[in-house]
Every structure is written in structure tokens, then in C-alpha cells.
Ligand binder design. Sequence first.
Ligand code: UAG
Ligand code: ATP
Ligand code: API
Ligand code: MG
Length: 493
Amino acid sequence: MLLSDLVYKVSLLATAGPMSAEVTHLTMDSRRVGPGSLFIAVRGTVSDGHSFIPKAIEQGATAILCEELPAERPEALPESVTFVQVENAPRAMGFLAANFYGHPSKKIKLVGVTGTNGKTSVATLLFRLFRALGYRCGLLSTVQNQIDDEVIPTTHTTPDAITTNELLVNMIKHGCTHVFMEVSSHAVVQERIAGLHFVGGIFTNITHDHLDFHGTFDNYIKAKKGFFDQLPRSAFALTNADDKRGAVMLQNTLARKESYSLQSLGTFKGKVLADGLFGMEMLVDERQVWFKLIGRFNAYNLLAVYGAAVLLGEDEEAILTELSSLTPPPGRFEQVISPDKIVGIVDYAHTPDALQNVLETIDSLRQSNDSGVLPQVITVVGCGGNRDAAKRPIMAQIACKLSDRVILTSDNPRFEDPMAILEQMQAGIPAIDYKKTRTIEDRRAAIQAAVAMARPHDIILVAGKGHETYQDIQGVKYDFDDRLELRKAYQIR
Ligand SMILES: CC(=O)N[C@H]1[C@@H](OP(=O)(O)OP(=O)(O)OC[C@H]2O[C@@H](n3ccc(=O)[nH]c3=O)[C@H](O)[C@@H]2O)O[C@H](CO)[C@@H](O)[C@@H]1O[C@H](C)C(=O)N[C@@H](C)C(=O)N[C@H](CCC(=O)O)C(=O)O
Ligand SMILES: Nc1ncnc2c1ncn2[C@@H]1O[C@H](COP(=O)(O)OP(=O)(O)OP(=O)(O)O)[C@@H](O)[C@H]1O
Ligand SMILES: N[C@H](CCC[C@H](N)C(=O)O)C(=O)O
Ligand SMILES: [Mg+2]
């Protein structure tokens, strides 16, 4: 594509060099540059892409898009390389990617889901629901990307704009009509969704997370709201009316405002009638339905999915029929039961709110046996490294408050010292709970210890890593799967 066509509708501050250059490849990573590439210099959190411009040119880049032009063209920079200066390179990248790939997001129905917790659950349920309703669909999620049956591994909750557009093109090639994607707050701030055309946006909830990245809770709210601010007039914006910030999210959106609620008024109303370890009965817009999902937080997820499907034009009865047979995504309240009936639950709760919800759900579901003995709840939990440190003591405190025994352990330490993370968690343990808490850094040993202390019918919650099949230590991803570790521990018990 000609560079001049590629920058269509992107406001340019300056250019230097021929705009008739032919660009065959876009990248923000100098290591992937080759002849024909347009290199986009992005200022990151670790390094500044501008410092890789000479490297990109050395590797044959055809053009460079940047926020700052090199002061003067050094001799080493060939005249044939075109420079394009913009105010916001990541944002421009979104529009360039859309132009380069022919605006695939305008050719399918793209729905985005944002919120602290529940994005993967809602996006995955929508994907499965629409497939059950007979559509070919795409999914962009934390667990995996998917084009109908084809699974594509992912490293991020929301991919960068180039990857997303590329995936959308493939989805269209495969006949997909609907795509459901998670929109993380990082993605909004880093403009990974710039240039995408959404037909709908869904808000789940907002609670404490990622303050390391956003600095304050207000900034975190603004980031999530930024998604709804970008929606076009033709889209719907579906919010959770029961969340304190649900209305704030839609304050400045042009999109049609809709809501769902279990407690107040909303376009879509629900009520939990009964809840158990095997499912939940709900009243959804006056229809009584049995779902295979567990916990009040999932009642919200189901209602969001139902509302979005109605807004996308599907029949209420058909939606509820298909929705009632769906199971949760991997690693979300996934039960791993031992031969002697210890109930292991692997859950991706990695925020204070998620941990509290899951433990409250477990508490509400446990029932005394014939001798009047209540099953114990044993929680194994850790916090990730190089992520929000403020949530560490809070999560330990919640685990202690709502469990009989707690084992603090390592999650993905990444580049931090696991013991230092654990000390920060320990700071949140109330003195009265010291006795019921142990710290075992090795996650495998921690799971084994939990299984060793459990009696039949006790519940072991292994929280934080859910579907993950690795443990990230010093940049190396070692095989590790909480579900397999539970099964192995049952065998050696
Ligand atoms: C904090 C954060 O969001 N980091 C993302 C960011 O990296 P960064 O800012 O550190 O980038 P950098 O290393 O400083 O590099 C700046 C630029 O120089 C380029 N570069 C770098 C080296 C080089 O040799 N040549 C070169 O051109 C890089 O490609 C980049 O364009 O931009 C990178 C490229 O897009 C991302 O891969 C990276 O995600 C890292 C791996 C990450 O862990 N992100 C997490 C926090 C994240 O985004 N999480 C959210 C989910 C949160 C949730 O669901 O709760 C997500 O959407 O996944
Ligand atoms: N609607 C909800 N409200 C509160 N907690 C929830 C909700 N849905 C799920 N959870 C809890 O949060 C955990 C993560 O859920 P899910 O993976 O759907 O969230 P997410 O927003 O995609 O997370 P991430 O930010 O990592 O992508 C679940 O394992 C569960 O414990
Ligand atoms: N999407 C979240 C996932 C956290 C999962 C937890 N296991 C951890 O590693 O902290 C994040 O990147 O913050
Ligand atoms: Mg997710």
C-alpha cells in the first residue's frame, strides 16, 4: 500500500521523504523490520521506540512513523527512508493498521468488554452463545484467541492494533460475523483499540487493580471510561447499573445507553432464585432459567451476556435456552474433585474483589454433613510480581477473613523476589489469623500441603492463576497448571 494511502485520515505534523513509498508490512518492533516495513516508534514503559529508529533503518525499513523527527538527518540515514511525524504514535498506529488491513472491524460485528473482573467470562460466554445460535465467531481473550474452532495462543488480554486487525481479517476470511473481545484498561491507555469500529461495548465492574500502571483509582476509571467515550452513535453501551461507577462509564458516550441490574432498574433485569455447587436458578426478564454457572458474580456476567445478545438482535427465548447449557471458561470456578471428595476449585481470582466474591460464593454453598460438621475452606493464594503491589496485603486479609486455613504462596513472581511479595502479603494478616496461616513459597508444595490438611468434602480454593499453564519466574515460563497439580497431589495423598 502507498504510504500516502496508509496515512489517510491520520493528522500529520510533518513528513520528510517520498509519500509514494510502497509499504508492505507494519511493525512497532525494530527486531521485526525488513525491506518494505513501516516502523512505528512507540514510547514504552521500559524503553523508547525512537531509540530503535537507526536499527530499523539498518534492517531496511521503508518508512518511519514517530513523534519526534531525528534532529537532522544523520548521514547514516538514507534519503529513501520516509519519515512521518505525528502527535501520538500508538494512536496513529491504530488508524494505520485499520487502513492497511481494509477496516476489517467495519465488516463484522465487533463487541468489546471492559471492567476489572468478568471480561474473559462475558466475552467467552458471548462467543460460545453465538456459536450455539449458529454463527461463526471470533474471540480475543486472556485465555486464547479463537477463530471459530481454531485456537490461537495469546500473550495479552487485548492484543496491539496490528495483531487485532490481522486477526479480524482472518476471522472474516473464515466467515465470522461476530467477534467478542476483551478491552483491558492498559489497551485503552496504550491506544491498542484506536481505529477499531465497535457495534457494542459492555462494562462489568470496576474495583482495585493495576494501580501500579494507572497511578490512581480515578485514572483507572478514566481509562475504562475511555472505551465508551470512543464508541460511535450507532453502537450500544451496556453498563452494570449496580456498580457504583456503572453510570459514570456512559457519561460522555455517544452510543445508545443500556443497563443490566440485579438490584435496581435497568433495561435487563435479573434475580437469583437459588444457587448451588452445580448451578444457579435465575429470573431473567420474567423468565425462570437454570444455568450451569455458579455464584452471584456470574449472575451479573450472564445478565450482561443476555442483554448484549438481545441488543444484537437475537431472540430472548433462544438466547436463554442456549445460555442455560453453557459452562464457565477454563480456570473460572473450575472444580477438581478428589476420589475421596475433596472439592478443589481453581479460580483466576487475582484481585481483592474477585477473591472476596469467590470466597463468599464458596461460603454460601458449603453445607454441614450429617454430623453437623461444616466443611473447611482452605485457600492457596499468591500475588503476581511486577504488578500492583497495593493489592497484596488486601488479598491476604480477605483470604484470612473468609477461610479456615490459608496458605500464602507464589503466583507469577516475574522479576520480583517471591519472598518479598509474600512478606507484603503477610503484612495484611490480622494478628488473630496468624495461627491459621502458613507461607510456602513453592506453589506445588503449597497445593500438596493444602491437600494433606483437607478432609473429605473440605473445599480447597487455589486462586490467582486459573487457566494459566505456566509459572513466570525471571522471564522464563515453567510448565505449571493448578488443576494438574491438584490432581497430582490427590494421588500422593
Ligand atoms: C506495561 C505494558 O503494558 N507493557 C506493554 C508495552 O511494553 P513496554 O511499554 O514495556 O514496551 P518497551 O519494552 O518499553 O518498548 C517500547 C517500544 O519499543 C519497541 N522495541 C523494544 C525493543 C527493541 O529492541 N526494539 C523495539 O522496537 C517495542 O516493541 C515497543 O514498541 O508494550 C508492549 C508491546 O505492545 C507490550 O507487549 C507490553 O506488555 C507487557 C508484556 C505486559 O505485561 N503487559 C500487561 C501489563 C498488560 O498489558 N496487561 C493487560 C491485561 C490486564 C488485565 O487484563 O487485567 C493486557 O491487555 O494484556
Ligand atoms: N462479574 C464479576 N464480578 C466480580 N468478580 C468476577 C466476575 N466475573 C468473574 N469474577 C472473578 O474474577 C476472576 C477473573 O474473571 P475473568 O477472567 O472473567 O476476568 P477478567 O476481567 O477477564 O480478568 P483479566 O483482567 O485478568 O483479563 C474469576 O475467576 C472470578 O473469580
Ligand atoms: N491480566 C492480569 C493477570 C494476572 C494474573 C496473575 N496470575 C498474575 O500473574 O498476576 C495481569 O496481567 O495483571
Ligand atoms: Mg481476561
